[in-house]
Design a protein around this ligand. Sequence first.
Ligand code: TNX
Length: 523
Amino acid sequence: MTVPETLPIIPAPALVERHDAGFPLTPDTPIVVSDPELRSVASLFGEHPVVETSDAPAIRLDLTPDDAALAELSPTEGVRADHLPADAERYGLTIDDTGVRIWATHPAGIHRGLTSLRQLIDRSPELPGVRILDAPRYAWRGLSFDVVRTFHDRSTVESVLDLLDRYKFNVLHLHLTDDQGWRLEIDGWPELTTTGATGASGDRPGGFYTQADFAAIVEYARARFITVIGEFDMPGHAGALVKAYPEFSRPAEPSEEFPMPVARLDDTNPRLWQLVTDVLTQLSALTGARFVHLGGDEAFGLSSDFHRRFLNRAIDIAHGLGVQVIGWQEAARAELGAGDIAQHWIDFADRFDEMTENMPSELPAEVAEALVEAFKEATQDLPAAIARGVAILLSPVSFFYLDRPYGEPVSDPKQEERRTRLGLEPYGRVSLEEAFDFEPGALMQTPATIVGLEAAIWCESITDRQDLEFLLLPRLPGIAERAWSPAGSTWADFRARLAREAPVWSATGRTWFAAPSVDWQLT
Ligand code: TNX
């Protein structure tokens, strides 16, 4: 009998069979590892003694070279951001009266199995009798996190990694550079952080990660089988770079009129290319990922010739370093090739009129018009790139932008204050159910190779960690469900499992939006 909906696990596992004999877990139930390689995974799970042999009832972790039951699961679709094998995250988990057994062909799978076990334990240490066989639907399951508009320190980033880990995400994409700030120390270019990192949006404090901080974040992520992807956004969004090194700025060309101040980079300056090379070299060495993100979005007030020329040169540099490239949708105008990725975000082409109405009133009409024109143009970018073999990472605003404001009013005044203040009004408000109502496979009009799914959290409206968590929870687990679980989970089933996450968020001091459309379980 397959009844996945009755198990309190998000994202729902691929296959679940229930039986009667469960197991009462206690804090001294040992974890028995089949291989010393699994010690670190077992220790991260915490509490239980880790041993290599025991006859007692135990949590047994077995690395197996191959496994017939796991091999029958549907293959994972897409592209991994790291160098692990495609099936590294699949696992089996059984619970019966002899204890718990988790098996996988790679430590990553053991870790994902322990994550499912963790969620069962959070519900009750009286574990149910089950047999789970599980594998991710998509290979790339990420969150893009803007640490520029509001700077979030290392401890906040690590607490976001804990959330990603709980829902089996495997990519954290850090948006490290933008007009308002530069967030990563780069050897040889001190002004990037001494000058470029001082600001943020509005009068918020700036900040940056030293290389040691950043390495620690990457290591924290790696221990949880999460890859960090770093973004150096270019040639638009270059305000902080130009503030740090004004020598890299140039005046507008006649074709580049724009009704708003724009930072323009001087691509004829060889020192600028030394900087680009140094940043991409250091960033990819620090992350160890297969990809580096070049931004490429919203090249407002830059000629298309310049935008393309600039990105082409940066793409060549990255490829020369042996890394593949990701860029936002508009970067697909440049020579991304097979093996590179375009991140699809503009899916609001038919809602421009609505959006224009909701634009902030202080935005001059001619700016709003110019933005809309740029977005319309960007809707043309993907089909040509797909035809050249560029793969697509799905982040369309409607379902993946967690800065889309919440639609359901709440009576608690503190919650309602956050709900009305947070997020960007032009995107339109959305209920939890509407935000969950999508099938990833149906999001692209042009058939394409889908790498996976990535949520995005932009921080223009977010002032601190509480605001951040309020927009992440509860929509983030819904994206995890679409990214990992087999197609088709229903809102009714998901909503019941989501309700059971509330005590865990509260016990760990998280701030979260208590939408009235869910019967939150409070204990
Ligand atoms: C568009 S998404 C941007 C960001 C903003 C975001 C707000 C993208 C590639 N560029 O600069 O922060 O909208 O949602």
